[in-house]
Design a protein around this ligand. Structure first.
Ligand code: AMP
Ligand code: MG
Length: 408
């Protein structure tokens, strides 16, 4: 196989740039969906405020709306003119010496400017005695103090959090433009793989990567489809990938992408597809391959190595950025932490080391590197909660060094 036809053994930054470029050329179209289904989706059009919020001056408390100028230095007896409940009919105008019973969220009656809380009053023969005078304007929420009509409320590329969706619902927005969600097919390959629940024969291992990938994809709000595990048989692999390549935006495989006798994916994707890169100078995960499907179909193919921790690392390093790019999602926040222990990096490749995050008493974010750094050590990866990104090159990292972390 000629390896000079496509970039190979490239730097991680280069691989990421290729992934971003390809994704940019494959941006998924926007679709208009019900706001109720928009959680976690990537916004495709800026959302502007249609109305002010609050839409009208209203009470922040249950109590009585009054005119502050009416209150005497001590106690004051006011005539109770009526009531203004949230959602109820409009109360009468509040005139000098009067007040109106009011509930939280109810519009401030005309004429009034201040609310006294219930607890600071006493009812006397149908009148209201104000026992403690509130400051002028107390407990009034003013029209537009949170949002003014025309404000930019959510920006293109933003993944919609529950609070953002709630803000848009508060605007009366019922439908919204989001990027179409990428469809993803997940494949595990390997003659040794067995479904959990079945007995293990000599040399077999349970397929754990499928659950890893399905969980990671679902956590991104996607609805991936998993195939039964594929044997290391080039014909079986080709036929399954062809089906998926016609039907999905992304085909995510794991295993069979190195240079072993049973690693059929590189030859297949080079023969049938168009390889964007094969092998990235990262650890773990070096054999990762990225390709256009070519005659396998319009899908993109990202072939991850089989070692479970390699799957985890290549997911965060390349798969998630690819899915973000397809949806034109804005760059994610980069997190940094200080190493809680020194680390000696004794190899050249960029590393995604596992670590545990902790918050120091002074508020510093710390990360404890895990010396169990083998790419087969899924238990260590499960006990950790972040990938520590260590740049290319051998280096001694003293305790306290600032490193990039990818929490998971
Ligand atoms: P490969 O990339 O196919 O050479 O596989 C590398 C290592 O990962 C081997 O030890 C495989 O047994 C293991 N492996 C591959 N696929 C899976 C999987 N789906 N679940 C668990 N381990 C796997
Ligand atoms: Mg294999």
């Amino acid at each position: 196989m000629a390896s000079d036809a496509f970039p190979t053994r490239i730097a991680y930054a280069e691989a990421l740039a290729i992934v971003s470029r390809v994704a940019r050329g494959r941006r998924l179209p926007a679709e208009h969906i019900a706001l109720a289904r928009a959680h976690g989706r990537v916004l495709a059009t800026d959302a502007l405020a249609r109305i002010a919020m609050p839409a009208f001056d209203n009470s922040a408390m249950d109590g009585f709306a009054l005119r502050r100028a009416d209150l005497l230095p001590g106690e004051t007896l006011l005539a109770l003119r009526g009531e203004q409940f949230a959602g109820g009919p409009a109360a009468p105008l509040v005139r000098a010496g009067e007040c109106v019973r009011i509930t939280t969220g109810a519009p401030l009656p005309d004429g009034s400017d201040t609310v006294v809380i219930k607890e600071h009053t006493r009812i006397e023969d149908g009148n209201v005695r104000v026992l403690q005078a509130p400051a002028a304007g107390s407990h009034v929420r003013h029209r537009g103090e949170d949002v003014r009509a025309g404000d930019l409320l959510a920006v293109v590329g933003e993944a919609l959090s529950p609070a953002r969706v709630a803000l848009l619902a508060g605007q009366g927005i019922a439908g919204i433009d989001v990027a179409r969600r990428p469809t993803v097919a997940v494949f595990s390959t390997g003659d040794e793989l067995v479904e959990p629940g079945l007995p293990l024969a000599h040399g077999q291992v349970y397929d754990s990567n499928r659950e890893l990938l399905m969980g990671l994809l679902r956590a991104e709000g996607l609805e991936p489809v998993a195939w039964p595990t594929l044997p290391d048989d080039p014909h079986a692999i080709e036929s399954a990938l062809r089906h998926a390549g016609e039907a999905f935006d992304l085909v995510l495989t794991c295993g069979g992408v190195s240079a072993g006798e049973k690693d059929h994916l590189p030859a297949l994707l080079q023969r049938r597809g168009q390889v964007h890169f094969w092998k990235v100078r990262m650890r773990p995960g070096m054999p990762v391959l990225f390709a256009d499907g070519g005659t396998l179909g319009p899908a993109l193919f990202l072939a991850l190595p089989g070692n479970p921790v390699s799957v985890l690392a290549t997911w965060f390093a390349l798969a998630r950025p690819l899915l973000d790019g397809l949806q034109a999602r804005a760059p994610r926040r980069a997190w940094r932490a200080r190493l809680a222990a020194p680390w000696r990096k004794r190899h050249e490749r960029l590393e995604f080391l596992r670590g545990r995050l902790a918050s120091a008493d002074d508020g510093t974010l710390l990360v404890e590197p895990d010396p169990a750094d083998g790419s087969h050590r899924m238990r260590a990866a499960a006990d950790a909660d972040a990938l520590i990104v260590l740049e290319e090159g051998e280096r001694d990292y003293p305790q306290g060094s600032v490193v990039e972390v990818l929490p998971y």
